[in-house]
Design a protein around this ligand. Sequence first.
Ligand code: MSP
Length: 503
Amino acid sequence: MGKFYVTTPIYYVNDAPHIGHAYTSVVGDAVTRWHRLLDDDVFFLTGTDEHGLKQKQAADDLGISPQELADRFSVRFREAADLLDIQYDDFIRTTEPRHYKAVQTFMQKIYDNGDIEKGTYEGLYCVACEAYYTEDELVDGCCPIHTGRPVELMREENYFFKLSRYEDRLLEYYDQHPEAVRPQTRLNEVLGFIRGGLQDFSMSRSAFDWGVPLPWDPSHVAWVWFDALPNYITAVGYGEDDERFDYWWPVDYHLVGKDILRFHAVYWPAMLMAAGLDPPKGVFAHGWLLVSGEKMSKTKANKITAAELVDDFGVDAVRYEFLRDITFGQDGDFSWEGMLARYNADLANNLGNLLSRVATVVGKKCEGAGPAPQDGSPLQTIAADVYAATADAWERVAPHEALEATWRLIRETNAYLETNEPWKADPGPVVDAVMGDALEALRIVSVLAWPALPKTTTEIWRRIGLSGSPADQRLPDAAAWGGYPGGLSVEKGQPLFPRKQAD
Ligand code: MSP
């Protein structure tokens, strides 16, 4: 049993949750569920990022206090997570007292170590990013991330984090731990950025007070990223419970969108080093979920919420779509048509159909009692290969490959039934053997697909007569052939995934 600590970014509360946010959370949830099956001690963290100028301005626009904005929207993110069965172990909010305490301890430590110094800064600031850019980085004079959004000239007397002192140490760290940034192409991007020369950055703001005050100068608050990133250490007891902190830190994976890679793979490790802490073991950057080829945005009014998709397809189908149709690490185009096709092919025709056939034949030819599988079944070696491939893919955080591997067992079992045609045969040992094998394959599939489809696999488990649920199973034992005991009552029930038509 190992420990496995994974985080999602904490989401800004100036906007309602959409499927771009849901995407990271679903991947984090599925990966951690896989590790729960491995009997790892798992900690999965998500939450909301509630300070900074952008939040303050959004609150002003609505005529409410920033705390009220945070309270209203944080709840919506939590509801969005619950809607998608995200099994988080903690939901952190940066306005919580525990976080103030941890951030202050963290900043003070870096200040005492000499890597925060006072200075004056003048630069071009994008409020949406909460970050300064150099002239070179702008695109047509505008923010490189928020296309077309003008930057503002800001001049502030601030405290600076001495990032420039960390170039060599960061390069050395990545030289020794090339696996710490994934996918590989993103590591190259990070190394290129570091080699290009690191600038000290301003880590405090004095023009507004919506943030965590610096302990040594409360007329300044922490710059939002200096406050947000440490959420990952607050939640595991930094400055509060050393034993707990030492157990969980360093984190196994920060899952992040590619837009915030630099903050996680350059700024954050340097900040941690400056505080005498280990850098993250892994930062995994994923691409954009695009809608008809474009990034979702307020201005384009092309935002899709998870709730809309859940209404149409159900929770598990939405989870499956995110995990199976998009290569984690790359941009992926989301479309309703694509989702419909995937739903009908993989969920209705393959998985749903398999359960329905098996339950029908067991009802008609085995008096409703599921027979035991055969030792040496042709499906046995396939199941072993499928387990190996599935486990390997989850280990590499490649959900699309993991599910593709698992679905091979579903397809092969359907093919096995088609070859043997038990529905045409007379009841007896031959039919029993084939049906026992198919039930055993369904049992194994229920365990292997549980991280993606927690509700559906639990229902399959129940319908094939097993007690408990896939959640209680432990790998690799639960994937070994022969676990279906036989003699259990099998229930047909309604289709798991009724076939859908475009309308
Ligand atoms: N608050 C910061 C993160 C601080 S982490 C210490 C932030 N918040 S965010 O709400 O703007 O974005 C959160 C995450 O959602 C980011 O990883 C971002 O990449 C992701 N996504 C937002 N829209 C997205 C898509 N359309 N597609 C995929 N992910 C995208 O940044």
